[in-house]
Ligand binder design. Sequence first.
Ligand SMILES: NC(=O)c1ccc[n+]([C@@H]2O[C@H](COP(=O)([O-])OP(=O)(O)OC[C@H]3O[C@@H](n4cnc5c(N)ncnc54)[C@H](OP(=O)(O)O)[C@@H]3O)[C@@H](O)[C@H]2O)c1
Length: 292
Amino acid sequence: MKRIFITGAGGQLGLALIELLKDNQEYMLCLTDSRPSADGTIKALDITDEATVKFQISEIHPDIIINCAAMTAVDLCESEQEMAYNINALGPKYIAKVANSIGAKLIHISTDYVYDGQARTPYTEEAVPNPASVYGRTKMAGDNFVKEYCPRSFILHTAGVYGEGKNFVKTMLKLADEDRKIRVVSDQIVTPTSAKELARVIIYLMETDSYGKYHASCEGSTNWYEFALAIFEMAGRKAIVEAISTSEYPTPAKRPEYSVLDNKMLREFHGYYMKGWKEALEEYIIEKGKML
Ligand SMILES: NC(=O)c1ccc[n+]([C@@H]2O[C@H](COP(=O)([O-])OP(=O)(O)OC[C@H]3O[C@@H](n4cnc5c(N)ncnc54)[C@H](OP(=O)(O)O)[C@@H]3O)[C@@H](O)[C@H]2O)c1
């Protein structure tokens, strides 16, 4: 039985991984997050505490570590830069060091926000990062540490994740329930990705030795306005939605105008295709429908 150590297990991706892995007899899960869960299945581990990261991971001696922990509040990162660096850069560094010392594989998750968004064709893994926000810069620093300290690592860049927890899909449906006019930006091109689709590709890759950088978002692209329309249509909800430009919705952090990722490595080296964004959204809405 392989031991899998997951950090940030209570977040969107962590919960999707647990859902897919919990009944698999081949794996024993060791779950940690910033706060312990009420039922005790997730233990506390702050990834910015190097000594405790080293102690807890060495004690379990996992075969695989999946780092799902991150500071994902993109705007908050602008005002809390030190915290963002500690969580998004130093945390992965500490995890990578201990992973390497015990011979564990490390799967680390990164973002489309490492790119500047100036391209107009999908970014492949060869594209040069040039982040425009504190979130993007601190995530890029984390990626570099993982690469430097743990050669047996996978770094997966994904985008627009939605699963259990606070996310765009849930926010849209909540606003629709409140019967408010909803204004959504239509000039940022993205590929929303379900946490479940991301979890599936992690589970596939962690059983290989094909270490390196991967783009791992759903196939295709859209903008947030079109994505909102698709959510309402699939969920059978009525909503008044207005398309606006980014300049009409100023935020502390600059978002990339275009952050479509080309999953070239997955496709060419593994023949692996992630679902199209609409198909993944449909799956999510059908599964979560009653709870949304
Ligand atoms: N969400 C997206 O749209 C998106 C897009 C591209 C890439 N990604 C990347 O995908 C990965 C997973 O994202 P997600 O959507 O699952 O994020 P999430 O739902 O925000 O989950 C992150 C988890 O990390 C925990 N965490 C924060 N600081 C921590 C610390 N110091 N020590 C231990 N745990 C800590 C959080 O706990 P608290 O809630 O207590 O802070 C939370 O449970 C991240 O690497 C993220 O950067 C996400």
